[in-house]
Design a protein around this ligand. Sequence first.
Ligand SMILES: Cc1ncc(COP(=O)(O)O)c(C=O)c1O
Length: 377
Amino acid sequence: MSRMLNATQFRAEFPSLADSVHLASCSQAALSSRLAYALQEIGHSLRAEGAPWQTWMEQVGRARERFARLIGAEPGEVAVLSCASEAAFQAAASLDWARRPGIVTNDLEFPSIAHVWLAQRQRGAEVRVAADTGENVAAEAYEQVIDERVNLVSVPLHTYRNGARLPVEDVVRLAHDRGARVFVDAYQATGVVPIDVKRLGCDYLASGSLKYLLGLPGIAFLYVRGGMEQQREPELTGWFGRTQPFAFDPRLLDFPADARRFETGTPPIPSAYAANAGFDLIERVDLDAVHEHVSALVEELAQRLTEDGERVASPAGARGPQVAIIDPDPDKLAARLAERRIWTAPRGDLLRLSFHYYNDRSDVDAAVEAIRDCRRT
Ligand SMILES: Cc1ncc(COP(=O)(O)O)c(C=O)c1O
């Protein structure tokens, strides 16, 4: 195994940071040398092998194994899909709303996931919303809406809006006590927050590669506890959802006894290359050290922005890898920062500034000074 990287060595893997300040990992990670090289590797596979299915399948298989290892799961508990919405759909479609119709969600959920839950109403589901405080959702709010009619409870590990950590362990306990399953959207955590699905105890967990996992859009992973937690068989399927994808029997609809049963058609192969480039780096860091490094930068930025009179919307005591500030026109503020090559991520009424192991205190300085400057002029 290659040597482990400290924060300075990790930053050196991202030459793109020489002329930019990347505070947008909650949206898309910075470009690493590994990723740039991986994109060339796809071209090389085509030149060298013509139709390189075997090589491509190895890339997909490696991405599955590495995601499984990252979250403390078995490879057979992970399906490789194209986006988190598809992962949410596969979880929803595996449940029988006629038995228990309830789905619990909340307004800090990424809309794409919430929309999948809402769309289940045409199949008989009833959607309930756990009330939020504007910044977070308390376990008590879940307690009020989970009862014996609820089949699925959905909770992000960290919300995309302001990075806040939701009380997932409490929600899992409440849901399981009342016989419901739990779907965790970990997109805003994987890569910078250590995760152990067995400790979380959730039934489903979804994430993708473009943000803190340092890859590109187009690939997502669905963890399914035991590989086949389900009340119904998948309806969205395809040849990669078969026991033997290369058997080519149009009359045989069999489902493997693991999470591959949730897969559909041709996997997202270029994005699997990109995901593996990300894992090449993520596997060379100590995630506890990354978490500590990122948390220190977040706290420093939150404090300095507060001192400057900014309204920080990421709640103290539950902050994740980002600091969100309230702004009347965050797109405009982001555009002004982008003029200085400071990449941030505006959403709704918030400007989000997020950190990875490649960020350092010079990035905090740059953000504070630039925002101060933008307020002046
Ligand atoms: C928490 C969270 N979930 C999901 C997504 C993406 O969902 P999808 O892969 O369906 O586009 C994002 C961001 O893009 C996100 O921040």
